[in-house]
Design a protein around this ligand. Structure first.
Ligand code: PAF
Length: 300
């Protein structure tokens, strides 16, 4: 595995690989890697000749009151994980090389960025779209892999790629869950053991919606109320949103008519978690393994 810090070097090496007809898979990350990230690397390895992970804690996607300075930085451990996962290249640029002091160009994010995270975290998707476009320029990959856990981020990146005619295929990969259903996230490490127990309320709320849909409920107001009530039962500290929305536009729905995704953002102490579940009208939702105590990872 080659670890590269220099912007020209990563680009040149991968241009050579492309000339040799190698297929390149890109996995952008901010480090603090967990099995969710490693599943993306595995997918890139399965589908491409060369896998490239990037590790960069992107300052422009954090708001002034967010956790940029506290964000976990675990580079040596991350490199060990990536080595074990068989990653070919890791690109770890320095912040001042990505954002030179005179940097002033940003991507105006697409409409799908407006609600939910976009409303609660102003400027977040501008930062995400900007860094992702930069990484796409620096790492000339064929396919980029993103987790469905950040559902709105995925929608924003897909729209940006379409709107700006970026020659990159975007692959969405399943959310990886802990045994009990909690979605893996770099932020889970902030949770105290008591908060960790309450955090399971997000998954239980999502499961409840799928159960109601299985029973034929299609009124989204009822589905949203059910999520709120499950989150309340779990004593999460606050709920930023818990809504069933259109799977493509992320606009609120009135009726569930076969397609939709339940999205949640909630806070446990100082930690803010997001999760989602793509809903299915058929009783067997491959994204959902039920909310049993022994629920296996890998849903959605
Ligand atoms: O999902 C993340 O880890 C980040 O938002 C990303 C896509 C690497 C951009 O910084």
């Amino acid at each position: 595995m080659k670890v590269i810090h220099d912007l020209n070097e990563i680009h040149t090496q991968l241009e050579f690989a492309r000339r040799d007809s190698k297929r390149i898979g890109l996995v952008p990350t901010m480090g603090a890697l967990h099995d969710g990230h490693l599943s993306l690397v595995k997918r890139a390895n399965d589908e491409c000749d060369i896998s490239v992970a990037t590790i960069f804690v992107n300052p422009t996607q954090f708001g002034p009151n967010e956790d940029l300075t506290k964000y976990p930085r675990t580079l040596e451990k991350d490199l060990d994980h990536l080595r074990q996962a068989g990653c070919s290249f890791v690109f770890v640029p320095a912040a001042d090389k990505i954002y030179a002091p005179n940097h002033s160009t940003y991507v105006e994010p697409p409409t799908v960025a407006n609600r939910w995270e976009g409303e609660i975290r102003p400027g977040h998707f501008r930062g995400v779209a900007t860094i992702v476009l930069k990484l796409f320029q620096l790492v000339p990959a064929h396919i980029a892999y993103f987790g469905r856990k950040d559902y709105q981020q995925l929608a924003v990146i897909r729209a940006m790629v379409d709107d700006l005619n970026i020659p990159m295929r975007i692959e969405a990969c399943p959310t990886i869950r802990e045994q009990d259903g909690l979605a893996m996230s770099s932020r889970n490490r902030y949770l105290s053991s008591e908060e960790r127990k309450r955090a399971l309320g997000l998954w239980h709320a999502l499961c409840r919606v799928q159960e109601l849909v299985n029973d034929g409920e299609d009124r989204v107001s009822t589905l949203n109320d059910a999520m709120q009530s499950k989150l309340k039962d779990a004593s999460v500290d606050s709920v930023d949103y818990a809504n069933v929305v259109d799977a493509d536009t992320l606009e609120p729905l009135e009726r569930f008519q076969g397609q939709g995704v339940a999205i949640i953002a909630a806070r446990l102490g100082k930690t803010r978690l997001i999760d989602n579940l793509t809903l299915s009208q058929s009783s067997s939702n491959s994204n959902y393994d039920g909310c049993r105590d022994d629920a296996q990872g890998g849903a959605d």
